[in-house]
Design a protein around this ligand. Structure first.
Ligand SMILES: Cc1cc2nc3c(=O)[nH]c(=O)nc-3n(C[C@H](O)[C@H](O)[C@H](O)COP(=O)(O)OP(=O)(O)OC[C@H]3O[C@@H](n4cnc5c(N)ncnc54)[C@H](O)[C@@H]3O)c2cc1C
Length: 388
């Protein structure tokens, strides 16, 4: 049983957000920026965010040439540009909200490595630059060959580098910590270690979420005037009909390397592989295409076959002349669907959903949070009995 005091103080809010990844926390930040006196609660199943936002590689990306060309083959020009715009604006929002120093934002260079098979995409660089220039105010891409040798990459594999002049890298841990501090300073409450089991919007006032509470013999219900579902890959556990599948990503990091020859963020093989420097270490991830079925999982485990391939590619393509040792590996879970456009939906007058960010969340997450908060009703205009 809960006490009179607990019921009066802790069970009803203006807004409840499920999920404390970058989208959930950005939604909380935007809600408090818009409605400073609103009560906002974030519920998170992990002791810290436990999906993708604390597991990613920290690329602040708006799109590489092969990615954008692939987008253009699957969506209209306007949809592709809209997605780039959302990523660009989201990244600006993240940097402006938290400050470059606090997230360790560095524009050290961003490169797509092209092999023989992908060189044809160079023919489209001018077209992409022309399409993106009105949005970015400058040319996004230029081609470079000299740096292949300078960076020490395998020249038999890497035939050209395309530089993106509007991308950078962050320290993922620092960014998420800064975002947590930011929302807590605004007065947002966060409860960790709480998995929401279901929600119910048919109650008379507001919507309620249901959780198990081990110190009580049953379940605990919390109510809000508006509920936000920001559970990305895990959304189908709450909304079974949703078009979102989990996609695990494997990452490894080396020990510090003497005289590491490159800095910046890099992609290759249509973005299926990505690596960067972190100081004088290399962080290298990807390879989901080697085992799509095996990586369609909610489990934060390893995949030996993929990690072994990453290690081989690191030795052969990225550090062919440099000895290195691996320090550790990890994985995180992304959310994917039929197409790569994130889901931003007001699924009823009491519930909004923001999910399916694929591999774009660092840049687009803040944008999505702001768009979700814009769907919230002014809490002063919605009545809900708060057990006074
Ligand atoms: C290995 C890897 C590398 C990546 N690299 C990059 C990159 O370099 N650049 C980039 O832009 N993106 C990258 N991404 C993608 C990016 O991390 C995601 O797009 C972004 O973090 C998604 O944020 P989110 O808030 O939507 O989801 P999440 O961070 O997954 O947050 C969802 C949260 O909801 C919680 N939750 C789920 N169900 C419940 C429930 N029932 N009750 C309570 N809480 C619940 C989860 O624990 C989780 O914390 C990468 C992802 C991975 C896995």
């Amino acid at each position: 049983m809960i006490s009179f005091w607990e019921r009066k103080t802790f069970t009803a809010y203006d807004f409840i957000i499920i999920g404390s990844g970058i989208v959930g926390l950005s939604t909380a930040a935007s809600l408090k920026e818009k409605y400073p006196t609103a009560t906002v609660l974030v519920l998170e199943r992990g002791i810290w965010p436990t999906g993708a936002s604390t597991k990613n590689a920290g690329f602040a990306c708006i799109g590489s040439p092969t990615e954008l060309l692939d987008d253009l083959s699957k969506m209209t020009e306007a949809e592709m540009l809209n997605l780039v715009e959302q990523r660009y604006k989201g990244l600006l929002k993240l940097r402006q909200r938290l400050g470059d120093e606090n997230i360790d934002y560095q524009a050290l260079g961003s490169y797509e490595m092209l092999g023989e098979k992908e060189l044809h995409c160079l023919e489209h660089i001018d077209r992409l630059n022309t399409l993106l220039e009105p949005l970015l105010g400058g040319k996004a891409f230029s081609v470079n060959y000299d740096k292949i040798v300078e960076f020490g990459f395998n020249q038999d594999v890497v035939k050209a580098l395309v530089i993106n002049h509007f991308e950078g890298q962050i320290d993922t841990g620092k960014m998420m910590q800064a975002l947590l501090h930011y929302v807590q300073a605004l007065g947002v409450s966060i409860i960790n270690g709480t998995k929401v089991l279901e929600f119910d919007e048919t109650i008379q006032e507001g919507a309620q979420v249901v959780m198990r509470y081990e110190y009580m013999s049953g379940y605990l219900c919390l109510r809000a005037k508006h509920l936000f579902i920001c559970t990305n890959a895990f959304t189908s556990q709450l909304l079974p009909d949703i078009d979102i599948k989990p996609g695990r990503g494997q990452v490894l990091v080396t020990k510090p390397i003497d005289n590491l020859r490159f800095k910046g963020i890099f992609h290759f093989d249509e973005g299926y592989y990505y690596f960067r420097n972190f100081g004088n270490r290399v962080i290298f991830g990807g390879g989901r295409n080697l085992d799509f079925k095996g990586e369609e999982t909610f489990s934060l485990g390893g995949n030996y076959k993929i990690v072994e391939t990453l290690d081989k590619k690191l030795a052969k393509i990225i550090l062919p002349q440099t000895p290195y040792k691996l320090e550790m590996e990890w994985s995180g879970i992304m959310g994917f669907g039929e197409n790569k456009i994130p889901l931003l939906e007001r699924i009823s007058d009491k519930i909004s959903l923001g999910a399916k960010l694929g591999g774009m969340g660092v840049a687009i997450g803040s944008y999505l949070g702001e768009a979700l908060a814009a769907q919230a009703p002014n809490p002063k205009t919605v009545f809900m009995n708060k057990f006074s």
